[in-house]
Ligand binder design. Structure first.
Ligand SMILES: *[C@@H]1O[C@H](CO)[C@@H](O)[C@H](O)[C@H]1NC(C)=O
Ligand SMILES: *[C@@H]1O[C@H](CO)[C@@H](O)[C@H](O)[C@H]1NC(C)=O
Ligand SMILES: *[C@@H]1O[C@H](CO)[C@@H](O)[C@H](O)[C@H]1NC(C)=O
Ligand SMILES: *[C@@H]1O[C@H](CO)[C@@H](O)[C@H](O)[C@H]1NC(C)=O
Ligand SMILES: *[C@@H]1O[C@H](CO)[C@@H](O)[C@H](O)[C@H]1NC(C)=O
Ligand SMILES: *[C@@H]1O[C@H](CO)[C@@H](O)[C@H](O)[C@H]1NC(C)=O
Ligand SMILES: *[C@@H]1O[C@H](CO)[C@@H](O)[C@H](O)[C@H]1NC(C)=O
Ligand SMILES: *[C@@H]1O[C@H](CO)[C@@H](O)[C@H](O)[C@H]1NC(C)=O
Ligand SMILES: *[C@@H]1O[C@H](CO)[C@@H](O)[C@H](O)[C@H]1NC(C)=O
Length: 472
């Protein structure tokens, strides 16, 4: 047997209170006739509680106390009967009546006083009987978890057991025990998902509480993606299929919805799929618009929600009326580049749909086959280490064969070569001295693109001894 101490003694009821003067502020909260914060009763004892206040009173009882097990009497009290009194009687208390009894003003429910009553039963240490069906508890991220295995006596010690038999003792730091509340897990981890019960040993007999099923309703969307990273372009009348994929933690449930221009007309249809992986969940929602119209152009948004969390991905869809090629020079049809430049890119302006084939010709022959320094990058032609021989006519051929579309553009490349004097390259010749009156030809050979302009300059020789005088 537990050592029970009965604290509840119903005192000569309202005598003490009746003497009170109605000081200012008195009875701003109703007053109970028990002055302790808790009472410990034995099973089958009678609980009597009185409450007094300035206005009409109301009670709140522990959930295990059924209304017809309580008697409530209300009457006016005080010297001039200007107070309100209420008396509660529970004639045969039971373990499941353990809990908080609150007296409050009917119209000011926040103004309340309370007493916690334990109804001790050596056969039932836990308020919630083991025969009750399992209680489902929800574990929330970053919030303490309460396993409410309250007990019927303040001094009962308990352990928390994870099913089937892993015991956890309270350490009052991470696992906190409170006989009025149960176990509080400060920062619950995944370990606390599952079946739990509380256990206590009285007189060598183990008693178990009801079972608690701790569940973690996860709402963690990890990622959302569409199966197209850039904008989508399509032709009128074509089918558009967009695949929105969301990944979430195991147990996550999500809603995937689409927002798109045709939604008001219900032009699209959706199909959903869910795949469970070992480590995560995959959700698909595939939007199909069977025949694209001009009005289907615009922003397509896939929105994934789970609980209060939302993630989304957007994509722009362009609808073309017909296939097309638009091709023109970027800066005029003649380009100039100095010889020796590291690389030169010939890139006309090209817009086309669907994606065209692009070929480059130089002087009517496939460019890449003519020189290893020519290569295509995207739709441009790149010339490495530009040389004089690269000058010529470059033609880009653009074609969309399935729609019979062809376009071409010819651009002229001029390679500028800076002038070189041939004689200078050979040797620095001194024409030597020539007798007066003899005709003598001087040669200068030069090459450049565009053709150089040659100008002769005459510098008089420094005279020998005499000051130099110009001669015609
Ligand atoms: C309480 O009363 C009931 C019937 O009046 C009786 O059967 C039961 O044994 C009592 N319990 C205790 C703990 O005295
Ligand atoms: C609980 O235990 C403490 C000391 O262990 C004792 O002082 C106290 O009276 C006990 N309370 C009840 C209600 O038995
Ligand atoms: C816990 O249960 C497992 C299997 O049910 C058993 O093998 C193990 O010995 C038990 N441990 C304790 C401490 O009771
Ligand atoms: C598109 O959805 C299907 C499910 O029907 C899926 O198997 C596939 O991997 C998804 N593709 C992409 C690129 O997301
Ligand atoms: C997206 O995926 C669907 C189904 O897997 C496919 O039919 C469609 O062509 C894809 N769309 C794009 C733009 O890649
Ligand atoms: C919706 O349907 C109406 C009538 O068919 C059409 O005029 C309108 O362009 C459609 N809007 C969209 C966004 O598809
Ligand atoms: C999905 O949406 C439905 C109705 O709009 C809602 O009842 C449900 O709770 C949502 N589910 C999630 C996981 O957000
Ligand atoms: C194409 O050009 C881009 C930009 O100049 C460059 O980053 C890329 O490496 C080039 N690709 C090839 C295959 O040369
Ligand atoms: C380029 O286009 C013109 C018509 O615009 C066509 O006459 C010519 O044959 C085309 N050149 C080539 C190389 O396809």
């Amino acid at each position: 047997m537990m050592n029970l101490i009965l604290i509840c003694l119903l005192c000569g009821l309202y005598g003490v209170l009746a003497k009170d003067k109605d000081q200012k502020g008195k009875y701003s909260v109703p007053i109970l006739d028990v002055k302790t914060r808790q009472l410990v009763l034995d099973t089958n004892q009678t609980l009597l509680l009185g409450c007094r206040g300035r206005w009409e009173l109301a009670w709140a009882f522990p959930s295990g106390l059924v209304r017809d097990q309580v008697q409530v009497e209300e009457f006016r009290c005080g010297r001039t009967s200007k107070h309100y009194c209420s008396r509660v009687t529970v004639s045969s208390t039971q373990a499941q009546h353990t809990g908080l009894f609150r007296c409050r003003y009917r119209r000011l429910t926040r103004k309340q006083t309370s007493v916690y009553v334990y109804v001790t039963d050596s056969q039932q240490p836990f308020v919630e009987h083991p025969g009750m069906s399992p209680d489902v508890l929800y574990m929330k991220e970053k919030q303490p978890l309460l396993i409410p295995c309250r007990v019927t006596h303040p001094n009962i010690t308990t352990t928390l057991v994870k099913y089937p038999n892993h015991s956890l003792s309270p350490d009052q730091r991470i696992i906190i025990w409170n006989s009025k509340q149960g176990f509080t897990i400060r920062t619950p981890a995944f370990y606390y998902i599952g079946l739990f019960y509380c256990q206590t040993i009285t007189d060598g007999v183990a008693h178990k509480s009801r079972i608690y099923f701790v569940h973690r309703p996860v709402s963690n969307i990890m990622e959302v993606y569409l199966n197209s990273s850039g904008p989508v372009e399509a032709l009128k009348g074509e089918r558009l299929v967009l695949n929105c994929t969301a990944t979430g933690e195991l147990n996550t449930r999500v809603n995937i919805t689409w927002d798109y221009p045709g939604k008001i007309n219900n032009t699209g249809s959706m199909s959903k799929r869910l795949l469970k992986h070992r480590t995560h969940m995959l959700f698909y929602n595939i939007l199909t618009i069977p025949k694209l119209q001009r009005s289907d152009r615009g922003l397509y948004t896939c929105r994934v929600t789970s609980g209060e969390k939302t993630k989304q991905q957007k994509i722009t869809v362009t609808v073309f009326d017909r296939p097309f090629i638009r091709l023109k020079p970027r800066h005029g049809s003649v380009m100039e580049v100095p010889a020796g430049q590291k690389s030169y890119r010939i890139s006309p302006k090209l817009r086309a749909f669907p994606v065209p084939e692009v070929f480059w010709l130089k002087d009517g022959m496939v460019a890449a086959e003519q020189c290893s320094r020519y290569h295509m990058n995207g739709t441009s032609l790149v010339i490495r280490d530009v040389a004089e021989e690269d000058a010529g006519k470059y033609t880009v051929l653009v074609r969309i064969q399935e729609h019979g579309l062809y376009q071409n553009l010819t651009l002229t490349l001029v390679v500028n070569v800076s002038p070189q004097i041939g004689e200078k390259a050979v040797s620095l010749q001194d024409p030597g001295s020539v007798p007066r009156g003899i005709r003598r030809a001087l040669h200068c050979t030069s090459h450049a693109v565009p053709p150089p302009h040659i100008q002769w300059l005459w510098h008089p020789c420094p005279s020998k001894g005499l000051p130099a005088a110009p001669r015609a």
